[in-house]
Design a protein around this ligand. Structure first.
Ligand SMILES: [Fe+2]
Length: 450
């Protein structure tokens, strides 16, 4: 059998790949990734000698298996040594000439004294940041992004929002801390605007923010933000990756093809603005540079041996009030423990989403479900959860619960995504709901999601 390789690029995404260990490869790995080659799965077909593609395609598929699996196997543990191979790289400061310094493998940039009105300077900075996020350590620090005076005004707004929310309702907690341990403002973006449009306008007019967002996502991005205040004694987060797949269970993540898992990191930029000084003992974000390069990372970060490796190898930089930090959402990271006795660590967490991933037309699920419920229930009663029933439910409902309103639909501590439309409809079928019942739950979900 001859092997006909349809692609000739160098890639690390193929089945059975073992990262090369020679020093030259380590040094070059950032260059190998620069053209997105690592996002492309190895695609190969096998073809008998002398046969045309058409003939080969018409023959029945025989053993051995001709194509690699499109999914990561849950039962097959990701390779810790592969992650180590990526994470033992060292940043070469010469690759990033505009950064002021590199500390603990994190390039540090200064916002002061740099004129990003100059297209040449802006473009050069974006080239460096793009490379850092995609192929380099996956994280950079922007010193002095915001002034003290603006953050003082914004902090007063945040404090009043927190006080107001505490007096009116009990918080549902956040992804990692039980209610009451930390203060969290879900959707601080909108609440900041409603509470004080003047400071909001100044905050989100910062051209450095647009420069960072555009460097990774291109234009037409959407900003969301959440404020997180970690009080003295606040515990560290567990090592994780972020939205999208970081919010799924391992079982759900495993259903997404390998290329989608890798490509999902291109859909989000994570950022955080320090609203207070964050000395090391207050627990600024712990980071594992280069870990975004590990293709199986979304399958790996929940495993104890990967968490242990993270705990033994993470880096963390003290931040000053006004610093911004931006990182690839696939980077292994975790907020640190606040071991101070008197410092409330406060950050505005920025999550910026790509324009892509949205459908071309708007679909009103509720109208479709209402019109079809009787027929769908009849089909379910006859067939049970057949492939046809599953296929139809997947066609008319949203299987993804985001975007949502995290105040009204908060994730439980340690929990992940809230219920989706698809989950509700499937639950309704199993529990033999009436049309009125399923519509009531879906309407509530819609109301609670805005
Ligand atoms: Fe995170």
């Amino acid at each position: 059998m001859d092997e006909l390789s349809l692609t000739s690029f160098k890639t690390t995404a193929g089945k059975g790949h073992k990262p090369r260990s020679d020093a030259r490869t380590k040094r070059r790995s950032s260059i190998l990734h620069k053209d997105l080659a690592f996002l492309q799965p190895r695609m190969r077909v096998f073809q008998p000698k002398g046969q045309e593609m058409g003939e080969a395609a018409a023959r029945p598929v025989a053993e051995p298996r001709l194509l690699s699996h499109r999914l990561f196997a849950l039962e097959k543990k990701p390779s810790l040594s592969a992650l180590k191979e990526y994470c033992t790289q060292v940043v070469d400061p010469k690759i990033y000439p505009l950064c002021e310094s590199v500390c603990s493998n994190i390039p540090i940039y200064k916002s002061s004294g740099r004129h990003i009105d100059s297209l040449a300077i802006a473009s050069a900075l974006q080239d460096e940041w793009y490379h850092i996020l995609l192929s380099g350590p996956g994280v950079f620090l922007l010193k002095g992004m915001y002034s003290d005076s603006l953050l003082d005004r914004s902090n007063r707004v945040f404090s009043s929002i927190i006080a107001s929310e505490k007096s009116s309702s009990s918080s549902g907690g956040d992804h990692f801390a039980a209610a009451g341990n930390n203060d969290r403002i879900w959707n601080s973006f909108s609440k900041h605007c409603c509470a004080d449009a003047a400071s909001f306008m100044e905050y989100y007019s910062n051209p450095w923010l647009a420069l960072a967002c555009d460097a990774w996502l291109g234009p037409a991005y959407r900003i969301t933000a959440q404020v997180n205040v970690v009080k003295p004694g606040g515990k560290a987060q567990v090592c994780h990756r972020d939205y999208h797949l970081g919010f799924q269970t391992a079982e759900t993540a495993a259903r997404y093809p390998r290329a989608v898992q890798v490509a999902s990191q291109l859909l989000t930029l994570q950022g955080a603005v320090a609203h207070t000084d964050m000395p090391l003992d207050s627990g600024p974000t712990r980071i594992l540079p280069f870990s975004q390069l590990f293709e199986q990372g979304y399958m790996a970060f929940r495993l104890p041996e990967f968490n242990q490796y993270f705990l033994e190898n993470y880096v963390s930089l003290p931040l000053e009030k006004g610093d911004g930090i931006f990182f690839n959402p696939a980077l292994f990271h975790a907020a640190g423990e606040n071991v101070t006795t008197d410092l409330e660590r406060c950050a505005n967490l920025l999550q910026i989403s790509s324009a892509f991933g949205k459908p071309m037309e708007a679909i009103d699920t509720l109208a479709l479900v209402e019109r079809c419920w009787e027929g769908l229930m009849g089909k379910y009663e006859k067939e049970g959860l057949s492939k046809e029933v599953e296929t139809f439910v997947a066609a008319i409902t949203e299987g993804y619960p985001f975007p949502t309103n995290l105040d009204k639909r908060p994730p439980a501590p340690g929990g992940m995504a809230p219920e989706s439309e698809q989950d509700v409809v499937l639950r309704g079928l199993k529990e033999a709901w009436t049309s009125g019942a399923v519509m009531q739950v879906l309407r509530r979900m819609r109301a609670d999601s805005t």
